[in-house]
Design a protein around this ligand. Structure first.
Ligand code: HEM
Length: 477
């Protein structure tokens, strides 16, 4: 009949096969595979992974339609088995479905936990950690031996995150015998692993890959640890004399009973894990990609060191208050985030209702993958897209805050990253410190062309192989 007979016009896409749909087309680097496929099928593409419909978005114009024009329709997150067990029934911010509950949690995080005021209250902590970080390279500089820069940077961001959220460093073994970072990394892997149960609901109960079992065990480790952290805070009592850490802030909100929604220990635990997971890997991976590009582009490195010499001099360390004057640093960071967006597919979005976008029917409950990796390489908006050229941002107003859809390292709109300000401070501060204090050199006569740039896929994409470099101290004394 006329009423029901209107044929749906789905976005184009490659031909799928029964049952798997297009799952077999994804290899070890799904963002790169999807980039390649989109070159044939266009910036709004339909692909089915198992029984789950996915819309893959691969151009700035298309991203604007999904993240701005129709933001409200696409502001949810898909159900996700690993997230369910790891986030106290998806009670967290990152994986929370759109609704009043998520809106309240998001407001709390933005206003109370990640506000400018809160972030600046941790300034002296960051300074202290960075001082120790620089010191730790001096010995290797004297001996002229390589350091594992990737590991060092990831310890630094882990320590900063711990002190900000918990108020102190915990010993590695407080969490688990395996140590803090290993456990967080295992969690990120589990969350990113394509879980057959998510694509084929009837397989979920069978748990063929054992993911559910592993995830539940991991969730228990975090639960025990976070309970202990909260007990420690209760025991320490009100310490209004010193900067309140994030757990302090959340516990006083809980005790005041002033939150607009139910807010108990489960919510505090969920947010603790959110903040740790979201802040540790992202900043560290961004820094290691930036350093990799600087090594491959010695003239850019020299120019950045020159800027630092002019603004800071060679007699003291970079301070947070210097950052705003470091314009070239800003361009280097942007250019690296363009080529190496550490969350290349953002975090999947989920459509809350049927909607027509650009003439295509997008069914309710589709997963939306915005391919940041493809967008940063779109030849229609970037000239010479594969080349690292920070100067392309000279005199340009393009920034990374989600208003310019050709550059979306932090996403955009309702689900955009709420930690952007903190993330940018951390990344700029660590990079400037490394480049200001040291010259860096590849060991064993490896040439710059040989520096491998392979990616390890996950929600956060880091270098596949750690960056091993020899530092040479360059400040006066
Ligand atoms: C260089 C550092 C960082 C980068 C590149 C980054 C990038 C992103 C991206 C791409 C998203 C997903 C946006 C979307 O799905 O549309 C996101 C979400 C998120 N980020 Fe960040 N991020 C960084 C640092 C941080 C920090 C330091 C925090 C907090 C301490 C943070 C907290 C979050 C949270 C809570 C979400 C989930 C928001 C939601 O679902 O409503 N991020 N981030």
């Amino acid at each position: 009949s006329l009423a029901t007979g209107r044929k749906k016009k789905m976005p184009p896409g490659p031909k799928g096969i029964p049952i798997l749909g297009h799952l077999h087309m994804l290899g070890k680097h799904p963002h790169q595979d999807l980039h390649r496929i989109a070159k044939h099928h266009g910036p709004i593409m339909y692909m089915q992974f198992g029984f789950v419909p996915n819309i893959v978005v691969s151009s700035p114009q298309a991203a604007e339609l999904f993240l701005k024009t129709h933001d409200l329709v696409f502001a949810s997150r898909p159900p996700h088995q690993a997230a369910k067990y790891l986030s106290w029934e998806q009670r967290n911010l990152i994986f929370g479905a759109y609704g009043p509950y998520w809106r309240n949690m998001r407001k709390l995080c933005t206003l109370e936990l990640l506000s400018t005021l809160k972030i600046s209250s941790f300034r002296s902590m960051r300074r202290e950690e960075l001082g120790l970080f620089v010191e730790s390279f001096k010995e290797s500089s004297k001996l002229h031996v390589a350091v594992d820069l990737s590991a060092k940077v990831s310890s630094l961001t882990a320590e900063m995150s711990c002190r900000m959220v918990f108020g102190k460093k915990y010993d590695d073994k407080d969490l688990d015998d395996r140590g803090f970072k290993t456990v967080i990394q295992e969690m990120m892997k589990l969350v990113a692993a394509p879980n057959l149960g998510d694509y084929f609901p009837f397989l979920g109960v069978l748990d063929l890959q054992g993911l559910k079992r592993k995830t539940k065990a991991l969730a228990k480790v975090f639960d025990d640890f976070f309970e202990k952290v909260m007990d420690d805070h209760v025991r320490a009592g009100d310490r209004s004399d010193q900067a309140k850490d994030i757990v302090d802030t959340m516990m006083s909100i809980m005790q005041s009973g002033e939150s607009e929604f139910q807010f108990d220990r489960r919510h505090i635990k969920a947010i603790m894990l959110d903040l740790l997971a979201a802040s540790m890997d992202t900043a560290a991976a961004s820094v290691e990609w930036i350093l990799s590009e600087l090594l491959r582009n010695p003239t850019v490195m020299k120019k950045l060191q020159k800027e630092l010499e002019q603004v800071v001099g060679l007699k003291r360390l970079v301070e947070e208050s210097d950052l705003d004057q470091l314009e070239y640093l800003d361009m280097v960071v942007k250019e690296s985030l363009r080529l190496h967006p550490v969350a290349p597919l953002l975090i999947p979005h989920y459509s809350r209702e049927d909607i027509k976008v650009n003439g295509y029917d997008i069914p309710k409950e589709s997963r939306i993958l915005v391919n940041n990796y493809a967008i940063g390489r779109d030849p229609n908006v970037w000239t010479d897209p594969e080349t690292f050229i920070p100067e392309r941002f000279t005199g340009s107003n393009i920034d990374v805050r989600g208003q310019h859809f050709q550059l979306l390292p932090f996403g955009s709109g309702r689900r955009g990253c709420p930690g952007i300000q903190l993330g940018l401070i951390q990344v700029r501060l660590i990079v400037s410190q490394l480049v200001h204090c040291f010259d860096w050199q590849l060991p064993n006569d490896i040439s710059l062309e040989e520096l491998d740039m392979n990616e390890e896929f996950g929600i956060v994409v880091s270098r596949a192989n750690h960056l091993m470099l020899i530092p040479t101290f360059r400040l006066q004394n």
